[in-house]
Design a protein around this ligand. Structure first.
Ligand SMILES: CC(=O)N[C@H]1[C@@H](OP(=O)(O)OP(=O)(O)OC[C@H]2O[C@@H](n3ccc(=O)[nH]c3=O)[C@H](O)[C@@H]2O)O[C@H](CO)[C@@H](O)[C@@H]1O
Ligand SMILES: C=C(OP(=O)(O)O)C(=O)O
Length: 434
């Protein structure tokens, strides 16, 4: 249980250096783990990455993870008769799906004891993931208590997704990287972390033609050693910028690489906050806000749409510090906005959410009647089974009259290194009890 509150005074400006990205680590390792040896730097210290590193230990004799330097080095690959992804392991990260091709490459039999778990934000179907593996030659046996996978005969495949699935794309790229013939992947995800994975595949010696969302990929001259620096976390950038703006503070987020969030920068400019970006820094100016009036329509979903991961943060800003009527839709996750129900006292009566259907997809829509400087009551928060929703509840403490108590930080620790501690260091939050 953690109780947090807004400090008596906020700074005029904060600067935050971004950690490595949850998604880019998971997607990079999906291909890096195919190599005989790898060195990965800027690894985020989060439950999700730790779980993938535990899975890496199943297929490498040596795995050194240094939490201080944020480096992981692995070598001495094993070849095994059987690997088990236990219930305990799969309960901690849905990103284990990304590692399936690399794990199957090192074992005769892979047993998965339960479905890998992530945020509970609506149905998260996995049939395309398994089907993608099957298309590359994986054999699947379903049992009451577990599933068994075997990959005796690797064959290239032509995969066309009917919706640009992120995890499906990662699995297809990793599987294709292990096949000699040419595989085509189309209508794939264009999320920057998938592009990072392709860079790792290229270092691995794969031949890649085209660009996401349409690529042709094949194994070429396998490279046995991989170096990969995990790029900065784009969702952490959005989270900390939102925290600063809620505190009426100007924000700079820095990183060693370019953080690709063009849709979010556009959103900030539409909200009236002058925002600029160069290779290593995003700057958002609170003090020179141009206008508080905005009537936005934001469609969240598979990028290049506004990322579904940023939805809760956009709602908080629009609902508490804008004038006008805005609409946010999400065609991926119907419960992405569930944090609204878990905010202490459910205070945002100026936001209502409804669900409709279009082209066979469930679409959730938040209707936001903007208010200026809305203060929230605070209190004890309900349990929100979503990383970004829990983070939004943490941020709500910045604008709450009373303190906010988070009863369980498991979701937060899956995706953020130390969100509460970092915001406290920036003087945007005070921790009252931990
Ligand atoms: C496309 C998209 O926005 N993906 C988000 C999703 O990725 P994640 O990889 O978890 O989810 P997918 O991209 O695979 O799923 C996207 C959609 O594809 C469809 N689908 C997927 C797999 C399947 O077997 N069958 C099926 O129908 C579903 O409609 C699903 O809603 O969560 C991540 C964590 O929040 C976000 O960073 C990603 O941006
Ligand atoms: C939903 C998320 O992650 P996961 O897919 O691991 O649940 C997220 O990172 O916002």
């Amino acid at each position: 249980m953690i109780t947090i509150a807004s400090p008596t005074e906020f700074p005029k400006h904060v600067s935050y250096h971004l950690p490595g990205s949850k998604h880019a680590f998971a997607h990079g390792i999906a291909c890096a783990a195919i190599a005989d040896e790898g060195r990965i730097s800027n690894v985020p210290n989060i439950i999700d990455s730790h779980t993938l590193i535990d899975a890496l230990r199943l297929i490498f004799n040596k795995v050194d993870h240094d939490l201080t330097t944020r480096r992981v080095a692995f070598s001495e690959p094993k070849h095994l008769d059987k690997i088990v992804l236990t219930q305990e392991l799969v309960a901690k990260s849905r990103n284990l799906y990304c590692l399936l091709p690399a794990l199957l490459n090192k074992t005769d039999l892979l047993i998965i004891e339960a479905t890998p778990q992530g945020c509970q934000i609506g149905k998260r179907p996995t049939d395309w993931y398994i089907d993608t593996l099957v298309r590359f030659g994986v054999k699947v046996d379903y049992h009451e208590t577990h599933i068994e996978l075997r990959w005796e005969d690797k064959k290239s495949a032509d995969i066309a997704f009917s919706y640009p699935t992120m995890t499906g794309t990662v699995i297809a790229i990793a599987a294709a990287s292990l096949c000699l013939g040419k595989s085509t992947i189309s209508n794939a995800s264009v999320e920057p972390s998938c592009c990072e994975q392709l860079k790792v595949a290229s270092k691995l010696g794969c031949l890649i033609e085209g660009e996401l969302p349409e690529i042709v990929i094949s194994q070429h001259s396998p490279n046995s050693v991989i170096d990969y620096e995990v790029p900065a976390d784009r969702i952490a950038a959005v989270t900390v910028i939102t925290a600063g703006l809620l505190a009426k503070t100007s924000v700079s987020v820095t990183s060693s690489d370019f953080v690709e969030v063009p849709e979010f920068i556009k959103f900030l400019n539409d909200l009236g906050f002058p925002s600029s970006q160069d290779k290593t820094c995003i700057k958002v100016d609170y003090s020179n806000r141009k206008s508080t009036a905005c009537n936005l329509v934001l469609d969240c979903g598979s990028e290049p749409k506004f990322s579904s991961d940023w939805g809760p943060f956009a709602i908080l800003l629009l609902a508490t510090d804008s004038r006008g009527f805005s609409k946010l839709t999400d065609d991926v996750f119907p419960y992405r906005f569930q944090f609204l129900e878990h905010l202490p006292g459910q205070p945002l009566a100026n936001v209502n959410v409804d669900i409709s259907h279009k082209d066979g997809r469930e679409i959730t829509q938040a209707n936001i009647f903007g208010r200026l400087m809305e203060k929230l009551p605070g209190g004890v928060s309900g349990l929100c089974p979503d990383i970004r929703g829990t983070a939004a509840i943490v941020l709500s403490a910045i604008i709450s009259e009373k303190s906010v108590t988070i009863t369980n930080d498991f979701q937060l620790c899956r995706g953020y290194e130390n969100l509460i501690g970092d915001l406290e260091s920036l003087n945007l939050l005070t921790v009252l009890e931990n």
